[in-house]
Design a protein around this ligand. Sequence first.
Ligand SMILES: CC(C)(COP(=O)(O)OP(=O)(O)OC[C@H]1O[C@@H](n2cnc3c(N)ncnc32)[C@H](O)[C@@H]1OP(=O)(O)O)[C@@H](O)C(=O)NCCC(=O)NCCS
Length: 183
Amino acid sequence: MPILYAERIRLRASEREDIPLFLKWVNDPEVCEFLEHSSVLNRVQEEAWFERVSSGPRTELPLVIEIRQPDSNDWTSIGNLSFMNIHPVNLSAEIGIMIGEKQYWDQGYGTEAMRRMCQYGFEELNLHRIFLRVYEGNERGKAAYRKVGFVYEGTMRQARFHRGRYWDIDFMSIIKSDWVSNP
Ligand SMILES: CC(C)(COP(=O)(O)OP(=O)(O)OC[C@H]1O[C@@H](n2cnc3c(N)ncnc32)[C@H](O)[C@@H]1OP(=O)(O)O)[C@@H](O)C(=O)NCCC(=O)NCCS
């Protein structure tokens, strides 16, 4: 897969060398407030994940989000995103994203990265449907996904136990025809 460029970001393949940075991000309580894992991850677990997605059938596509430093050709990693469970018959995939460097939140990078990934999914991987799960309270995420064109599909009520209570999980999706009419 070539590096995917957009206006201010690029998406490149994840490498083993990225693992320490991924660990820093997923173990930051603020970053993972709305992420799936609930326990601290260590290097062995992260390496096992990397081995699994790198060596098995290509059902996952974990990429690193990078931004260009002003007035230079250097790129800085600020997060990652991935297609998961790419389905060969249904032509569907789940998408997940994390901007791990919190100082870059709310600057449109998440929206831009998701938009570029959807373009790749629809125009190059020939996906028909891309969906995501977003946790109750993650208004930043929901706003970003709506800007990309994701629409609300439904709610799994009280599906997440976190901080002593149950929280809803929403599904959002974008279909290829949505994308074609409003890329
Ligand atoms: C969720 C995430 C991917 C969004 O990326 P981002 O670059 O911060 O988001 P963007 O700047 O593209 O868009 C965020 C939008 O949410 C809005 N927003 C922020 N906080 C908000 C709130 N509390 N309520 C409503 N809208 C809010 C912003 O104003 C912005 O909208 P605007 O551009 O119309 O002003 C990123 O913040 C992140 O990775 N967070 C931590 C991990 C996580 O939650 N991952 C997603 C799990 S589903």
